[in-house]
Design a binder for this molecule. Structure first.
Ligand code: HAM
Length: 423
């Protein structure tokens, strides 16, 4: 029986000190996204199952194996496995005129019932964008550059962009037929899953991790050979824009992405770790049918846990965090001083200072609590100081202590002391 004291397997509590990195990543992401003209969209974590099954595709792993789905009040519902379909549901709900040109970003938890392992969780967090614009290599390249710039701003400069195309929607059948024909002779050598995939969704064969299948697949003609010249020119135009921006990439003819809504440009970004690579992010251009019409867009999602893991492995991870707000600890000797300190904390907090106090105890135990919490300053008073209208301000690092007036000037005195300590 699983322990009730632990989260569900593959899910995690995010607590201090790590939570500071999450908060910083989110703040940096909001800043970068908003500079690119995106506004935040918070969709519910639960949606009608069909929002995802229709757009992601019935034969994908996500839909076949990984959705947390259930029935409630005669409705099939699920926890969102990704962000794109919910954003498109929002766009379809507000209507084509309002949604046209929409640029939305999201940061939040996604749920996939996968076998938990390193870097693979059942609740994980994505930071993503969706941009509702008709196919344009210029826009695709801009969105890819945003993703690279966001990863840089998160302290991941060294990532590898893998780029490919799924071709225009009208070419998907020809690509599938071409691949099937090319694989026909080797069908018997493929793994059992791929023998099924050839007929169900042949692109998935290119994704297979099985060594034997990989060897067969690496000898296939590139998917672009089954597409028309416009699709190849579209991809080449994206590549030219990326070169013009100085964004390095590699053309990866085997890249297909695991979701079925894509057309034209697709990409994945891998982060380099000692001896291995990890998929940090994926994106591309897509077309999703909802509410009786098609919605064209381009976007990406970054797996935040995976980025954080890389960030934490770098030697200067701590420099990603803003300086900590120094803590002021109030020590009160006697009930009157404690009550006055409680009121004083409100004033100091309103002035922008971080303050805490203990609910009681000797001076020694209160000072110990201040030390344990990492307080930069303590303010100490007992009955004598209360009567004199003063308070003792102690710098915990140097041990220096001085009496200061406990009046309206105190917040400014403290803010001065704090800013001297934090140049
Ligand atoms: P995806 O490739 O399925 O794309 O997921 C994007 C990223 O989410 C992955 O590269 C990975 O970093 C992270 N991720 C996925 N599954 C897990 C997991 N089980 N545990 C930890 N991290 C995970 C999408 O979701 C598309 N909606 C991206 C997109 C947006 N395409 C266009 N717009």
């Amino acid at each position: 029986m699983a322990s009730l004291l632990q989260p569900i397997q593959g899910m995690s509590d995010i607590a201090a000190p790590e939570v500071a990195y999450w908060q910083r990543m989110e703040a940096v992401a909001r800043d970068v996204m908003e500079r690119h003209g995106f506004s935040e969209l918070r969709t519910p974590v639960m949606e009608y199952e069909e929002v995802f099954t229709r757009s992601i595709g019935d034969t994908t792993d996500v839909v076949q194996k990984e959705m947390y789905s259930f029935e409630r009040s005669h409705h099939r519902l699920c926890l969102r496995p990704e962000g794109t379909a919910g954003v498109m549901r929002h766009a379809a709900g507000i209507g084509p005129i309002e949604a046209a040109g929409g640029r939305w970003y999201y940061i939040g938890p996604m749920f996939r019932c996968e076998r938990p392992q390193a870097g693979r969780k059942r609740q994980f967090h994505q930071c993503g964008v969706e941009c509702l614009e008709e196919p344009s290599p210029l826009v695709d390249a801009e969105i890819l550059s945003l993703q690279v710039d966001l990863l840089r701003a998160w302290g991941i400069p060294d990532c590898e962009v893998h780029l490919n195309t799924r071709g225009a929607g009208g070419e998907h059948a020809a690509v599938a037929a071409g691949l099937r024909a090319a694989l026909a002779e080797r069908e018997g050598d493929l793994c059992e899953d791929c023998r099924r995939r050839i007929h169900e969704n042949v692109l998935r064969v290119l994704d297979c991790k099985n060594e034997g299948c990989r060897a067969i697949v690496s000898g296939l003609p590139p998917v672009t050979s089954f597409m028309g010249p416009e699709s190849v020119a579209y991809l080449e135009a994206v590549e030219a824009h990326l070169r013009a921006m100085g964004i390095p990439f590699v053309r990866d003819p085997l890249l297909v992405r695991g979701l079925d809504y894509y057309e034209h440009t697709i990409w994945e970004i891998a982060g380099r770790r000692a001896g291995s690579q990890t998929a940090l992010a994926g994106g591309g251009r897509y077309r999703i049918a909802l509410g009786g019409r098609d919605w064209a867009g381009v976007g990406f999602a970054i797996g935040m846990e995976r980025v954080l893991q890389l960030l934490l492995e770098s030697p200067d991870a701590a420099s990603f965090l803003p300086p900590r707000r120094p803590l002021v600890w109030l020590v009160g000797l006697g009930d009157a001083a404690q009550s006055a300190n409680l009121a004083l904390m409100r004033t100091l907090r309103a002035a922008g200072l971080a303050c805490r106090m203990a609910s009681g105890g000797s001076m020694k135990s209160q000072m110990r609590a201040a030390n344990k919490a990492g307080a930069a300053w303590t303010l100490l008073r007992g009955d004598d100081e209360l009567a004199a209208g003063t308070i003792l301000l102690k710098d915990m690092a140097s041990g220096e202590q001085r009496a200061v007036p406990a009046d309206d000037t105190l917040p400014a005195t403290l803010l001065d002391a704090v800013s001297v300590a934090r140049p």
